[in-house]
Design a protein around this ligand. Structure first.
Ligand SMILES: Nc1ncnc2c1ncn2[C@@H]1O[C@H](COP(=O)(O)OP(=O)(O)OP(=O)(O)O)[C@@H](O)[C@H]1O
Length: 260
């Protein structure tokens, strides 16, 4: 995995309906080359739909998505997607999962990719013996082995425990800094969004309702006042002042207050 360059993604008045249901009604969003965007919003607001549109797995009902200035048609070949579940093939060893579909000297590349996610020594094991966090590392190696210009992350850390999640956030940030891909992360976790993103975008009523630039230096610290202030401001905007205060009081570790 070497340093590439991220692609630019531009959504222009993108709408998506499923039958009678309008999920997205007019998304205007520019994701610059190499930018890290976090997409947040209440459950069912259309975050995953937006990501699937970016991946070319769904087509907009109207509007256009431009990839490096060209209309996206069919599958986005510059992008790879990582989901909440690792989706590894259980009958293939870890290294074969990472190199799936590749030709040539993929073994060497796959071994290097595994090394970069800290799993070099597990290459010849079966996915079933790995922990959830390790499986997500394999999924990350598989997503990045082909040096995509766009990485689409659909709540990839949602099923992990809090500490593994923090480790994975650091890993994703480091690989993004080294490889310069454009990243679009869907998350329920406002803390995670503020930790990783250059901009946090709120989807509401089918549109990009709000956009917070995160101007905190990296690596970011959860304990910093500015970090906590921004998380609070975002939650207040989404939940309203009363419910947000109650949610913050509800948890000392902070998991509840961060989840939408
Ligand atoms: N293929 C589909 N066919 C019909 N309806 C769909 C399809 N995909 C998504 N939807 C609907 O679109 C809406 C938005 O779904 P989506 O998964 O994008 O939301 P989300 O914001 O990612 O939700 P969550 O945070 O709960 O994962 C939901 O009401 C869902 O039922």
């Amino acid at each position: 995995m070497g340093a590439g360059q991220g692609a630019e993604l531009v959504f222009v008045q993108v709408a998506k309906r499923f039958g009678a249901q309008s999920v997205l009604s007019g998304i205007d969003l520019t994701v610059k080359r190499g930018e890290f965007i976090a997409i947040i919003g209440r459950s069912g607001c259309g975050k995953s739909t937006l990501l699937r549109l970016a991946a070319g797995l769904e087509e907009p009902t109207s509007g256009i998505i431009q990839l490096d200035g060209e209309p996206l048609q069919g599958i986005n070949t510059k992008a790879r997607v990582m989901f909440q579940d690792a989706r590894l093939l259980p009958w293939r060893r870890v290294i074969d999962n990472v190199g799936l579909g590749l030709k040539g000297n993929w073994r060497e590349q796959a071994a290097k990719a595994l090394e970069q996610v800290g799993l070099a020594e597990r290459a010849n094991e079966w996915p079933s013996v790995l922990s959830g966090g390790q499986r997500q590392r394999v999924a990350l190696a598989r997503a990045l082995i082909s040096q995509p210009q766009v990485l689409l992350l659909d709540e990839p850390l949602g099923a992990l425990d809090a500490l593994t999640r923090i480790d994975m956030q650091r890993l994703i940030e480091r690989l993004w800094q080294e490889q310069h891909f454009t990243a679009l992360l869907v998350t329920h976790d406002v803390d995670e969004a503020v930790m990783l993103a250059d901009r946090v975008v709120l989807i509401e009523n089918g549109t990009c309702a709000f956009d917070w630039p995160v101007r905190l230096p990296r690596p970011r610290q959860r304990g910093d006042a500015a970090f906590a202030d921004l998380v609070e401001a975002i939650l207040r905007r989404i939940l309203g002042p009363e419910s947000e205060r109650g949610a913050i009081a509800a948890s000392s570790f902070g998991e509840k207050r961060r989840a939408l």
